[in-house]
Design a protein around this ligand. Structure first.
Ligand code: ZN
Ligand code: ZN
Length: 338
């Protein structure tokens, strides 16, 4: 089978011919149809984060495909079903986090496209318990970005506890941001989209954003304050100073939801203690979402409540696609059709 493989953090990915993997006990063999390119895949390929994957490995945690075979202990009736293989490839299932609905915090978790081979290949094996069914009416090309970009922003909107009429500023419109805008609208928020590119802000308006701010042309802090400040700021950008701006733009009782992950070398964000205390600000880290969250994301899409903006490419073009994402030359999400 064809696979895009990270052989070293300093080299481009290699397209290799590898044997089709065998599903082990409790696993599925999935013939991948589509797999989205997430910024995390690029950080994985470059070894940017403190806990690094071990080359050689196959990135991709937005793989969507059809179950072709099952290993021992898995119901054969799953063969032929479409499933998604999200970042949470496996968790222990019995620690306090798993048991109380926070499997995404499990200390024993394995991550697709990071510690286990992911979706940038014609086939992948996955834990049958952690693969998420894709309902009829959600195409593979739409399901792929929903599997990380959709899931992650849906969860961020959930943990922000947005009440209808609250103002929600979304910093960074792209693969994640275009979905964050839609989820914030669905829960009744008034959405302020912030980016540095007019084309992305136009897309945000198209998808329902009430206000747009081009942070390359005006001071985003003043612009959000002119709208009355934000009750919630969801930061999807991968630059520490954007987190600081978002924090400063919050009203009393505001919530800063941190989602974007800058490279470790960019350093920490500065969090001033006085306004945090006096304004009663909550700072919340939000990491992907659970299987149940993803089921809800798919259901919303199947009901026509969300739109996915994506551009399809061939897997052979993986390195060019990474270059385009890094240069900001992509609409919202690149999806490899496999
Ligand atoms: Zn991702
Ligand atoms: Zn666990």
């Amino acid at each position: 089978m064809k696979a895009a493989v990270v052989t070293s953090f300093a080299e481009p990915l290699q397209i290799q011919d590898r044997p089709v993997p065998e599903p082990g006990t409790g696993q599925l063999l999935v013939r991948i149809e589509a797999s989205g390119l997430c910024h995390t895949d690029i950080h994985a390929a470059h070894g940017d984060w403190p806990v690094k994957p071990t080359p050689p490995f196959v990135p991709g945690h937005e793989g969507v495909g059809v179950v072709e075979a099952v290993g021992a202990g898995v119901n054969h009736r799953l063969v032929g079903d479409r499933v998604a293989l999200p970042w949470l490839g496996r968790a222990c299932g019995h620690c306090e986090y798993c048991v109380r609905g926070w499997e995404t915090l499990c200390g024993e978790q394995q991550n697709t496209g990071y510690s286990i081979d992911g979706g940038f290949a014609e086939y992948a094996v996955a834990d049958a318990t952690y693969a998420v069914p894709v309902p009829a009416g959600v195409s593979p090309v739409d399901a792929a970005p929903l599997t990380c970009a959709g899931l992650t922003t849906y969860k961020a909107v959930k943990v922000a506890g947005i009440r209808p009429t609250e103002r929600v500023a979304v910093f960074g419109i792209g693969g994640l941001g275009h979905l964050a805008v839609q989820y914030a609208k669905i829960v009744g928020g008034t959405v302020i989209a912030v980016d540095v590119e007019d084309s992305k802000l136009e897309m945000a308006s198209d998808l329902g954003a009430d206000h747009v701010i081009n942070a390359g042309k005006v001071d985003p802090l003043q612009a959000v304050e002119a709208l009355g400040g934000a009750d919630v700021a969801i930061v999807l950008a991968v630059v520490p100073h954007v987190f600081e701006t978002a924090f400063a733009a919050l009203r009393r009782g505001g919530r800063l939801v941190c989602v974007g992950l800058p490279p470790e070398s960019d350093g920490p964000m500065a969090l001033p203690i006085f306004p945090t205390v006096l304004k009663g600000i909550s700072v919340i880290g939000s990491i992907v979402g659970t299987r149940q969250d993803l089921a809800e994301v798919f259901e919303l899409h199947a009901r026509g409540r969300t739109r996915v903006i994506a551009e399809t490419r061939k897997l052979d073009e993986v390195n060019d696609a990474i270059g385009d994402v890094l240069a900001g030359r992509t609409p919202a999400r690149i999806v490899f059709e496999i």
